[in-house]
Write a protein of this length. Structure first.
Ligand code: FRU
Length: 490
C-alpha cells in the first residue's frame, strides 16, 4: 500500500470515529470525514451495493481527490470502508477523479480519471486527464501497471486534453463500455463512447452526444443506460443558463431521453429534462440491481452555492437512492422501497380543512420523517407547508395552484449567510390536486411531486429543535397527511 493511501486510511479512521452520530444525517449517506462530492463506482459487487465517492479526508473543502468507499445491503444503512484509491502515481498525482466500476471474474474493477500536471512546451503548467484502471476485492485495490488505459491520443481531433473525465463503466452484450465527458473544439461538451473486451485495452467508438453550447458547456459525469424502452444519457453540464423553471444557472444535471441503436452506436435524443429541481443536486450516477431496478444517487450540494457547517467535521451528503422509471415520456424517480422498512410511528389525517391560520396536526412533527401530503386546493390561491419550525425559524414548501408551481424556501431556516434560499418548479396541472412526498433529515429536505414526477432536493441546516410542522391556505383547501418517523439503528 502506498504511503498516501496508508495516511488517508489512518486519518479517516481516527477522524470518523470522533464525529458523534447525532452530528450526521439519520438516513442519508455523509462523508466519513472531510469533504465528499460526486458518487463514483455505484454498483453491485459480490451481492452488495458498493458506493465510492470523490473524497478529501483531510478537510471540509475540496482538495486533491481520493476515492472514499462504503457498502450497503439495502441502500439505507451504509458501512464505511477504508479509502480505496489515493493520488499516489505520476499519472494521478493531481487527483483520482470520478468514474465507474464493474465486476468481472469475481474481481472488482474501477475506471477513474487520473489527473496530472505537466509543463507544456511554452513552460506553462497545464492539467492532463486520462482514464485509469484499478482492480480489487471489494476492500483493497491495485492500480493497473499499464495505466492510463484510455489516453489523450484516443480523443477525437481537436478535443481538450484538460477536460477528459468521469468514465462511467458498464457491460453490455458481452463487452465493456465507458462513456466519458470531453470538450470539443467549440468549447462546449461532448460524450465519448469507448469499448473493450478485457478492460485493459480500449478503442474509441463514437461521439455519443454533443452539447453544441445548447445545455451548458463541458458535460461532466455521464451515465448511459436503458430505461423502460428508452435510452437515457445523464450529464452534469457546467455553466448552464437558466431556462424558465426547467434549468437553473451554473452546474445543472439533466436527463437526455432518446433511442440507441446498439449496432451502429447511434444515439438520438429528443428531450432534455432536469434530474432534480432543488437547490442542491449534482453529478448523479446510477446502477442496476440484480432484479433490474435502475437506482440513481446524487451529490446533495451545489458547487456555486456551497452550504455546509464546518464544525460538523464533514461536508457532503448523497441523496436518498431513487428508483427511476418512465411515465408519460418523463424520467420519474421515487425513493427506493427499502426506505419503507425504516418507517415507524405512523400518523394519518384525512381531509383536513385548511384556512389562513397556521395549523398543526396531532402527531405531525419531526426532523427525520417520510411524509406524504395530498392537497386538494379547491378555491385556494396558495397552500403552505411549514417544516423544521421552532419559534424563530422555519422552511416552507409553497404550492401555487393557479400557476402550478411548488417553491421550496429556506430563507428563514436559521442560517446567517447570503446563500440562494429558494427555488421554484413547475408541476403538472391536475386541477388543483398535488401529492408531495417529503423526506426530511437532519440536514436536508427532498420533495417528490406526484408520485415521482419531479424531485426537488435541498440542504437544510436548521438546528435539531426545529421540528414543528404546520399548514395553511389562502382560501379553503383540504389535505390528507400520512407521516412516519425514520429510525435507523446503527
Ligand atoms: C464533478 C467533478 C468531476 C470531477 C470531480 C472532481 O463534480 O468536477 O468532473 O471528476 O468533480 O472532484
Amino acid at each position: 500500500m502506498s504511503k498516501a493511501l496508508e495516511k488517508a486510511r489512518e486519518y479517516e479512521n481516527k477522524k470518523t470515529g470522533s464525529i458523534p452520530e447525532n452530528h450526521r444525517p439519520v438516513f442519508h449517506f455523509s462523508a466519513p470525514a472531510g469533504w465528499l462530492n460526486d458518487p463514483n463506482g455505484f454498483g453491485d459487487f459480490m451481492g452488495e451495493h458498493h458506493l465510492f465517492f470523490q473524497y478529501n479526508p483531510y478537510d471540509v473543502h475540496w482538495d486533491t481527490m481520493h476515492w472514499g468507499h462504503a457498502k450497503s445491503q439495502d441502500f439505507i444503512k451504509w458501512e464505511y470502508l477504508p479509502t480505496a484509491l489515493a493520488p499516489d502515481e505520476d499519472y494521478d498525482r493531481k487527483g483520482v477523479f470520478s468514474g465507474g466500476a464493474v465486476e468481472k471474474d469475481g474481481k472488482h474493477y474501477l475506471l477513474y480519471t487520473g489527473v496530472r500536471e505537466i509543463t507544456d512546451e511554452t513552460g506553462k503548467k497545464v492539467i492532463r486527464q486520462e482514464q485509469c484502471l484499478a482492480e480489487g476485492d471489494g476492500l483493497d485495490y491495485r492500480k493497473a501497471a499499464c495505466n492510463p488505459v484510455i489516453t489523450a491520443d484516443m480523443l477525437p481531433e481537436g478535443s481538450s486534453l484538460e477536460d477528459f473525465r468521469d468514465p462511467k463503466l458498464w457491460k453490455e452484450n458481452g463487452r465493456f463500455y465507458t462513456a466519458v465527458g470531453s470538450r470539443p473544439a467549440d468549447g462546449s461538451g461532448q460524450i465519448l463512447l469507448y469499448s473493450s473486451e478485457d478492460l485493459h485495452h480500449w478503442e474509441f467508438c463514437t461521439v455519443l452526444a454533443r452539447c453544441q453550447n445548447q445545455y451548458g458547456k463541458m458535460w461532466e459525469c455521464p451515465d448511459f443506460f436503458p430505461l423502460d424502452g428508452k435510452r437515457i444519457l445523464i450529464v452534469s453540464p457546467q455553466d448552464m443558463q437558466a431556462k424558465d423553471l426547467e434549468f437553473h444557472n451554473g452546474n445543472g444535471n439533466i436527463f437526455l431521453i432518446g433511442d440507441y441503436d446498439k449496432t451502429s452506436m447511434d444515439y438520438r435524443w429528443d428531450m432534455a429534462q432536469s434530474c432534480d429541481y432543488g437547490l442542491d443536486f449534482y453529478a448523479a450516477q446510477t446502477m442496476e440491481t440484480e432484479g433490474g431496478r435502475r437506482i440513481m444517487i446524487g451529490w446533495m450540494q451545489s458547487w456555486d452555492n456551497h452550504l455546509f457547517q464546518p464544525e460538523l467535521g464533514w461536508s457532503g451528503q448523497f441523496t436518498i437512492p431513487r428508483e427511476l422509471f418512465i411515465r408519460d415520456g418523463r424520467v420519474c424517480q421515487n425513493p427506493v422501497k427499502e426506505l419503507e422498512d425504516y418507517r415507524v410511528d405512523p400518523v394519518e389525517h384525512k381531509n383536513v380543512l385548511l384556512g389562513k391560520e397556521l395549523t398543526a396536526l396531532p402527531g405531525v412533527k419531526g426532523r427525520c420523517i417520510d411524509m406524504t401530503v395530498e392537497i386538494e386546493a379547491g378555491e385556494s390561491d396558495a397552500v403552505e407547508i411549514r417544516l423544521a419550525e421552532n419559534k424563530d425559524f422555519y422552511s416552507s414548501v409553497l404550492y401555487n395552484p393557479r400557476e402550478n408551481t411548488v417553491m421550496f424556501d429556506r430563507t428563514y431556516s436559521g442560517f446567517c449567510r447570503d446563500f440562494i434560499s429558494s427555488r421554484t418548479m413547475k408541476v403538472r396541472d391536475r386541477g388543483g390536486k398535488l401529492a408531495l412526498r417529503i423526506l426530511l433529515d437532519r440536514y436536508s429536505c427532498e420533495i417528490f411531486a406526484n408520485d415521482g414526477e419531479q424531485a426537488m432536493t435541498s440542504l437544510l441546516f436548521s438546528s435539531g429543535e426545529c421540528s414543528g410542522i404546520r399548514f395553511r391556505s389562502k382560501g379553503k383547501a383540504s389535505i390528507s397527511v400520512s407521516k412516519y418517523e425514520i429510525k435507523v439503528s446503527r
